[in-house]
Design a protein around this ligand. Structure first.
Ligand code: PLP
Length: 410
């Protein structure tokens, strides 16, 4: 048996594994200290009552012979797809047919698996810093080439830096690429693109036949006008982009697992001799082969996110997290740090003080303030010199963490 040797090229441990290793070591050495984590982007608020009530009802249905359900449809139940089409798209004047929505167990799987449809020869571009899943899954499929440990770069990936120098608006690739991953509101920087800025990407992609993978996992956190909720708000985007959505951060589904992917019927890819093929059809083929549907109970819970009560309850939770973001942002600014994001996203991206590297500042925060954040360098080379705080913590923890940081000598 021979293994896929691309796995051997993957550097070190996954970012969050390294963070939790350092955190555990600190906790073990200092059992008396209370460590507060503003690191991993997991939620802390409970599910909305509208969601749990819907899931309870679904469990009752599953308990009766007359109403129990077996395998769910590969691409999701109509009741959820209809709610998605109506609330997430029609409400923004975007039309989709039910067959263009693929319900799944979350966006990590979808953004990771989507590469199954892509030839190994595609040239991939990512913004830098970046959600590591896009890069690592392309590396597993051989599209990233080889990893240069010293440079912290894959030789076949085209990196598009997004730093304070360019206002976190990456330049268009200077080399020819086939696929670009964009994530807005952005993880990890918490920044966004305006409609005009996103239009530049759509126009570029249309002109150059580039596929845009648009990850909108944090769409629910958008507060400002003129920030697109979906790439399909931009004319022409249906021809060239796939959009990923998740209930994880929108509705606290990280432990429930539900998301969806939009693949418009008009989106096409090409074979070697230049014939067009529907990506929607390929994805249906892929999902029906490798995926057996999202649990009925979970889909009923997701449907309830769009009910009147559900919407109200979810908005309260989002507001709670955005208030945390404001608290973190204001407090870090008060220490003199340069701070970005946190307005349309649950992430605050800060420049590390006194020229410390990302991991040096991570260790300082852990050792001197017992606060865990995420080193920017873990998201890519251009993340070096930054650190990410999440607004998903409990309010009391968030307040305590920022008080401790304010007391630090920076
Ligand atoms: N995309 C981005 C940018 C994320 O930050 C995350 C979660 O952290 C995901 C996707 C994955 O979400 P899910 O929980 O739906 O798998």
């Amino acid at each position: 048996m021979y293994i896929n040797e691309n796995f051997l090229k993957l550097p070190g441990s996954y970012l969050f594994a390294e963070i939790s290793k350092r955190e555990s070591a600190y906790r073990q050495a200092h059992p008396d200290k209370k460590v507060i984590s503003l690191g991993i982007g997991d939620v802390t608020r409970p599910l909305a009552p509208a969601v749990t009530e819907a899931m309870h009802r679904a469990i009752e249905e599953m308990a009766s012979e007359a109403t129990m359900r077996g395998y769910a449809p590969y691409a999701g139940y109509d009741f959820l797809i209809d709610a998605i089409v109506k609330n997430d798209f029609l409400a923004h004047d975007i039309q989709f047919s039910a067959n263009e929505i693929f319900v799944s167990d979350g966006s990590k799987s979808d953004t990771g698996n989507i590469g199954d449809m892509l030839s190994e020869s595609n040239r991939i571009a990512v913004t830098d810093p970046v959600y590591p899943v896009y890069v690592d899954t392309n590396a597993m499929s051989g599209r990233a080439g080889n990893y240069d440990n010293e440079a912290a770069l894959w030789n076949k990936i085209v990196y598009l830096p997004a730093t304070s120098e360019n206002g976190f608006v990456p330049d268009l690739p200077s080399k020819a690429v086939d696929v670009v991953y964009l994530c807005y509101p952005n993880n990890p920087t918490g920044t966004t693109l305006t409609k005009e800025q996103l239009k530049v990407w759509v126009d570029y992609a249309l002109k150059n036949k580039v596929l845009i993978m648009f990850d909108a996992a944090y769409e629910a956190f958008i507060t400002e006008e003129n920030v697109p909720h979906s790439i399909y708000e931009i004319e022409g985007a249906k021809k060239l982009s796939i959009e990923f959505r998740s209930f994880s951060k929108t509705a606290g589904f990280t432990g429930v697992r539900c998301g969806y992917t939009v693949i418009p019927n008009e989106l096409e890819g090409f074979d070697k001799i230049g014939n067009n093929h529907s990506l929607n059809k390929l994805w249906y083929r892929r999902q029906s082969t490798k995926f057996n549907g999202t649990a009925y109970i979970v889909q009923r819970g997701a449907e309830a996110v769009f009910s009147t009560e559900g919407k109200k309850q979810i908005k309260e939770t989002i507001t709670y997290y955005l208030e945390n973001a404001q608290i973190i942002k204001n407090s870090l600014e008060a220490t003199g740090m340069q701070v970005y994001g946190g307005v349309n996203a649950p992430y605050i991206w800060a420049k590390t003080p006194a020229g410390l590297s990302s991991w040096e500042f991570f260790d300082k925060l852990l050792n001197e303030a017992q606060v865990v954040a995420t080193p920017g360098a873990g998201f890519g080379k251009s993340g070096e010199g930054y650190i990410r705080f999440t607004a998903f913590g409990k309010r009391t923890d968030t307040l305590e963490a920022v008080e401790r940081i304010k007391r630090l000598k920076l």
